[in-house]
Design a protein around this ligand. Structure first.
Ligand SMILES: [Zn+2]
Length: 183
């Protein structure tokens, strides 16, 4: 999935910044004042607009993926785990989508796939995709450290890029799981 980076649109990022500013402004307005009410409405309108744009973006993103692939494997990880991973560097796909409705995204993805008779394969959040060498299967605990971006397998000597290796493991695991479902 690595070439399908979320590419979270700039206009959304900017709109979110504007919303945050508007919210800060609101919090400074005196309670019960006319200005506060005006600002409250401004925030509500901005909020609604961003929610719609975000939903459109997620639908478009899901549509692209569903048109391109017959099955999609995702790591079924919590938003908390995603944001943790974010600090380790620029992991993937997850970053922006996680910040902005990962659950919504996976739901959209799942039903769009289902419409076309395709499958969303959820991979257990405990599956150690970043630790396993995709060549020989050795589990390298040293990669639990999120700052490890590249590593050499102690067993077979293969050199790995953390995210690429994890993506391959997720793909293989998704294949394994969907084979079990006879898809
Ligand atoms: Zn290995």
């Amino acid at each position: 999935m690595d070439e399908d980076d979320a590419n979270y649109p700039n206009f959304l990022r900017k709109a979110e910044k504007r919303l945050a500013q508007a919210q800060r402004k609101l919090s400074k307005r005196k309670k019960g004042s006319h200005n506060r009410e005006k600002q409250r409405l401004r925030v509500a309108v901005l909020h609604e607009k961003i929610a719609n744009q975000r939903r459109d973006f997620l639908h478009k993103k899901a549509r692209n993926l569903v048109d391109k692939y017959d099955a999609i494997g995702i790591e079924d990880i919590s938003v908390k785990a995603m944001s943790k991973r974010k600090k380790g560097g620029k992991f993937s796909f997850g970053k922006s989508v996680a910040d902005n409705g990962w659950n919504m995204f996976t739901n959209i993805l799942e039903y769009k796939l289902a419409w076309q008779g395709k499958q969303l394969v959820k991979i257990d959040k405990w599956y150690p995709s970043s630790q396993l060498c995709h060549v020989c299967g050795f589990q390298n605990d040293a990669t639990k450290d999120l700052s490890v971006r590249e590593w050499d397998c102690p067993k077979c000597g293969s050199h790995h890029n953390r995210d690429k290796n994890a993506a391959i493991n997720i793909r293989e695991e998704a294949r394994r799981i969907s084979a079990g479902h006879n898809v």
